[in-house]
Design a protein. Structure first.
Length: 269
């Protein structure tokens, strides 16, 4: 094989190897740039004009209201399967004093933010992907730009902000319902020796300053990342894309974002 043939094969091979890397790096860079843009625009008063506020309220109402029932059922199951069992077995082992520490470590720090992120992604993130993908395919984004409207402020900013607020709200609700359900189940089993307020106080005492930063920080960041991955997946829809291709792509991105965010924050804080 001649030198010219080798010279022709090398760029082609490098292009095949580098193409997937470039695509994934482009998505990460796009997420970072849009995230910084959301932080900057959210701090500007003139960004929150009436259409943006209306879209924020609509998305917040649908995400928080629609996800409440799913969060409540999931939290009740976690309360029955995790909290009550932790109370029971730690009581059997004579370790009632570390119940709060175990629940904070497992439920508050790790499990609640991830499950809330998955519920938010499946319940509201998929809806955002379909909505924005249809707008992109139907040319409505170009129509908005033609009318002098900024699609970023009108579509991305309110969704990411609403998802961040929803993540925090649903996370608090999730933990409260899980703890209350577990306490009631433990009381019915006769293994709880504390009152309700004593039980909640034990959990709060087990939370340090790190937990009061980590828990809400995870909820807000996971909610924002779900919003970012969903909006990017919808707005980056290409010609020929359908819900059968958009939804799996957006769901995979959202799941990876939730898991990576939770793991990195746990290691960093």
């Amino acid at each position: 094989m001649s030198m010219k043939s080798h010279a022709a094969i090398a760029p082609s091979l490098l292009a095949r190897i580098g193409a997937p890397v470039r695509r994934r790096a482009a998505f990460l860079l796009l997420m970072a740039s849009l995230g910084l843009g959301v932080l900057r625009e959210a701090a500007l008063g003139d960004a929150w004009r009436r259409p943006v506020r209306a879209e924020f309220r609509r998305v917040l109402r649908e995400a928080a209201g629609g996800g409440f029932s799913t969060i409540a059922v999931t939290a009740a199951l976690i309360g029955l399967g995790l909290v009550s069992q932790a109370i029971y077995w730690l009581g059997e082992a004579g370790q009632e004093g570390i119940v709060g520490t175990v629940l904070v470590t497992v439920l508050v720090r790790e499990l609640a933010p991830v499950l809330v992120g998955f519920v938010l992604l499946g319940r509201s993130g998929m809806v955002a992907i379909v909505e924005l993908g249809a707008m992109q395919a139907g040319g409505q984004l170009r129509a908005l730009q033609g009318m002098g409207l900024d699609p970023f402020r009108l579509l991305v900013l309110p969704r990411v902000a609403a998802f961040a607020v929803t993540g925090f709200t649903l996370g608090i609700i999730f933990v409260l319902i899980a703890l209350l359900t577990g306490f009631v189940a433990g009381s019915l089993l006769g293994v709880v020796q504390l009152s309700l307020f004593g039980f909640l106080d034990a959990v709060l005492r087990a939370m340090g300053a790190r937990d009061f930063l980590l828990f809400p920080g995870k909820l807000v960041m996971i909610g924002a990342l779900v919003g970012l991955t969903s909006t990017i997946s919808g707005l980056s829809a290409r010609r020929g894309d359908s819900t059968a291709t958009l939804l799996p792509r957006g769901f995979l991105r959202g799941v990876l974002a939730v898991l990576l965010c939770s793991a990195l924050l746990s290691l960093a804080v």
